[in-house]
Design a protein. Structure first.
Length: 447
């Protein structure tokens, strides 16, 4: 995305501009079912005021459930998945957390059955019938599920153990493919692999010792219990923290949106201004290739110059490319410090035609824009795709999460988008790890 397109994103965030398009695809069973559910029925399910969200014309939203801790406080609802029968499973990363299971038996859009299982809190979750996969910070495990029950038939069964769970980025995002491949994001232990983490003026360690065991994407066999985390299973490297990770079902390839580095001005005030820190680096959207090197910690993407440059910890001055000229480039970029936490490719027929095959990205919202710059993100953005690549005319799809009274962000945000999932009816689920909310977005198709 060019600088002009980044500006367009910022304007859309403020204005909430979006449009509705005529549906033209040939009818499928799902589309026929959606057509029978007209505007009045959808609106009767949705909440007044769309639960506080701003959405494109024709869409509405409801709060499915508010997740709480055993003490009654809002819980950290992280990634989410919906089973083929409509059961909803949420990874809860709070005290007393684990997997929250929800079922709606009366069709009012809200669950009337609830269950909790798992002994540890966690972040990543995936469903490959009949197994539910769950990722606490140090492993990936799975449960055998049955449509007759919200709770597991058996499990957990540990698929991969021994993953590092210390440092800055401990949560594990997971993807399980239909052919039984398990992809796992292992985030970095630091901001930019300095000798002293997050200390002004501290140089970077070269080569970064994190890279053999983390700061990349790992690939395992989803059907094989008892695997142990190993450098040999690394699929792609030099990624800082790929929380937003997803398989594109239309081409079978893996994509992700990266959390970029922080603190350029704070670490190196003689080289970078507060404005530089507010605008750099871009959040990068990648299409992964096996063995790919994506640049962290040595490089970051400068959206103003539209290229990767060498970080100051490794001798860069904001313009030098050095080794970064050979690193993989993003297929799209987003504004700095928006904090992408989930990625989902839309495969349903409930939404208008332009949404099919496109990507939704949940931006958690940043914290690294220094005064007087306001932190941004806190939205769900949609990016249309053609032939496996973004068409560069994306726009903010859902915002309003922070609430009307947020003065200091992210501290005062009411809600922060974190997870995305698609229901079997084509609706979109959004989780929130600040207020513990689970939203569901629907569209009333014209008949």
């Amino acid at each position: 995305m060019t600088r002009a397109l980044q500006t367009t994103f910022a304007l859309l965030l403020v204005a909430g501009i979006a449009c509705e398009e005529q549906v033209t695809e040939a009818p499928t069973p799902e589309a026929m079912e959606a057509a029978r559910m007209g505007t009045s029925q959808v609106r009767s399910i949705c909440d007044a005021g769309n639960a506080g969200l701003t959405l494109p014309a024709g869409f509405c939203a409801l709060v499915v459930h508010d997740v709480t801790t055993p003490a009654g406080d809002p819980a950290r609802a992280r990634h989410i998945v919906v089973a083929p029968n409509g059961d909803v499973f949420v990874a809860v990363d709070s005290d007393g957390g684990g997997v929250l299971a929800l079922r709606d038996t009366d069709g009012d859009g809200k669950p009337d059955e609830r269950a909790m299982f798992g002994s540890d809190q966690g972040h990543g979750i995936a469903f490959r019938d009949p197994f539910l996969y769950f990722a606490p910070d140090d492993r990936v495990e799975r449960y055998l599920m049955s449509p007759e029950s919200l709770t597991p038939v058996s499990g957990p069964e540990v698929i991969v153990s021994g993953m590092p769970d210390d440092g800055d980025h401990r949560s594990k995002s997971i993807v399980v493919t239909e052919d039984g491949t398990l992809f796992v994001n292992l985030g970095s232990a630091s901001d930019v692999c300095q000798e002293e983490n997050r200390e002004p003026g501290s140089p970077g360690v070269d080569p970064c010792p994190e890279l053999p065991i983390r700061s990349g994407i790992w690939r395992y066999d989803a059907n094989l219990p008892g695997q142990v985390h190993s450098p040999a299973a690394r699929f792609a490297t030099e990624t800082r923290n790929m929380v937003a990770l997803a398989l594109n079902p239309f081409n079978g390839e893996l994509y992700g949106v990266q959390h970029g580095r922080d603190n350029l001005n704070r670490y190196w005030p003689d080289q970078f201004t507060p404005e530089d820190q507010a605008e750099l680096p871009a959040e990068e959207f990648f299409r992964f290739v096996e063995g790919g090197e994506y640049g962290w910690p040595y490089c970051y993407y400068d959206g103003r110059m539209e290229r990767k440059v060498l970080g100051p910890e490794y001798g860069g001055d904001g313009t030098i490319q050095g080794r970064c000229a050979d690193r993989e480039l993003p297929i799209e970029i987003f504004p700095a410090h928006w904090a992408p936490n989930a990625l989902h490719f839309y495969a349903g027929t409930r939404f208008p035609t332009r949404y099919r095959e496109g990507a939704f990205v949940a931006f958690h919202g940043g914290f690294n824009r220094p005064d007087p710059f306001r932190d941004e993100g806190f939205n769900v953005t949609f990016v249309p795709f053609r032939n496996g690549m973004p068409s560069h005319d994306g726009q903010v799809f859902a915002d309003g999460f922070i609430g009307p009274d947020a003065e200091s962000l992210p501290r005062d945000a009411d809600h922060r988008p974190t997870g995305l999932a698609e229901g079997p009816d084509g609706s979109l689920y959004i989780t929130d790890d600040r207020g513990g909310r689970i939203y569901r977005v629907l569209h009333a198709r014209r008949q």
